[in-house]
Design a protein around this ligand. Structure first.
Ligand code: 1HE
Length: 263
């Protein structure tokens, strides 16, 4: 029996294969996220090998991701709809709260569930062809992949409301200005820039990366008084690691090569 071709590829790159490249390979359907592809994403990020220190997420073809596979949009009762949305939450949480930082390389359409997927990464690099939209509003549905939690954190509630009420589309330049992407690059170069950033991230102390992924977003949600205590705990744990001590020693001995330079 022939098995169904996968809609996702996972390969390894960089020094010691430390970078996982996770690619949506459903270009003929603009990388639309079928239930099967959402499960493949979940499995890929839940099962990254221990050797991996950073990941790059991208999509084949002219578009990063066209969102929910509309051909699977079936009549669901409320309970089934709830579980469908929750399955996206599990998959996208596996990206945001997985073992390693994820850099999304964006180009073309980053729309609907594709924008929800991009928002679950830690860094977004967008090339000049990128555009962002939330067509859910015009399709009579609502976001269901964590977008109402993550997207306002990037651009604010008012802008997300406008996008969904009016179908507004933001181009790459506006998207960078508003906070969808932290890096804007020329057309065709998002993947290379994402790999460059992933290499740098892979060189960080693992506990620092862990703190940034798992502690920072939670501290930012805490009342200041709680946040300060959590920060103190995490910083005490991070600085106690032998690797942290070795890095500071190297800097003080002029050996680190990590002096901060003007950008
Ligand atoms: C699809 C999908 C899809 C393309 N589901 N099949 N998302 C949307 O509402 C976006 C819908 N898609 C588009 O607006 C456009 O396809 C694009 C702007 C992304 C790309 O345009 P283009 O001209 O390059 O491609 P195309 O000709 O529109 O599509 C090529 C094929 O991909 C075509 O199939 P074919 O068999 O006729 O070749 C399309 O049907 C198919 N395709 N997008 C299914 N989305 C957790 S809740 C999240 C809720 C949402 O994400 S709602 C938003 C859904």
């Amino acid at each position: 029996m022939q098995s169904k071709p996968k809609d996702l590829s996972v390969s390894y790159a960089g020094a010691s294969q430390q970078i996982a490249v996770v690619r949506l390979t459903r270009g003929a359907k603009r990388n639309a996220l079928s239930d099967g592809l959402v499960a493949e994403l979940r499995d890929a990020f839940q099962n990254l090998p221990d050797t991996v220190r950073a990941a790059v997420l991208d999509g084949e073809g002219e578009h990063f991701c066209a969102g929910l596979d509309l051909s699977e949009l079936k009549e669901r009762d409320a309970g089934q709809g709830l579980h469908h949305s929750r399955s996206w939450h599990v998959a996208l949480d596996a990206i945001q709260y997985g073992p390693v930082p994820v850099v999304a390389a964006l180009h073309g359409a980053v729309v609907g569930g594709g924008l929800e997927l991009a928002a679950s990464a830690h860094i977004r690099v967008a090339d000049a062809t990128t555009f962002y939209a939330l067509p859910e509003g015009s399709r009579g549905i609502f976001v269901g992949g964590g977008g109402s939690v993550r997207i306002p954190k990037l651009i604010g509630v008012a802008r997300m409301t406008d996008m969904m009420l009016t179908g507004r589309v933001y181009n790459a330049e506006d998207g960078e200005r508003l906070g969808f992407a932290q890096y804007g690059v020329p057309a065709g170069s998002a993947f290379d820039k994402a790999m460059e950033l992933a290499e740098r991230i892979a060189g960080n102390a693992p506990l620092t990366n862990y703190a940034l992924m798992h502690a920072l977003p939670r501290i930012a949600e805490q009342p200041a008084d709680h946040g300060y205590l959590t920060e103190a705990l995490i910083s005490a744990i991070a600085q106690a690691a032998p690797e942290a001590k070795a890095r500071v020693r190297d800097f003080l001995a002029g050996k680190a090569g990590t002096k901060v330079k003007k950008g």
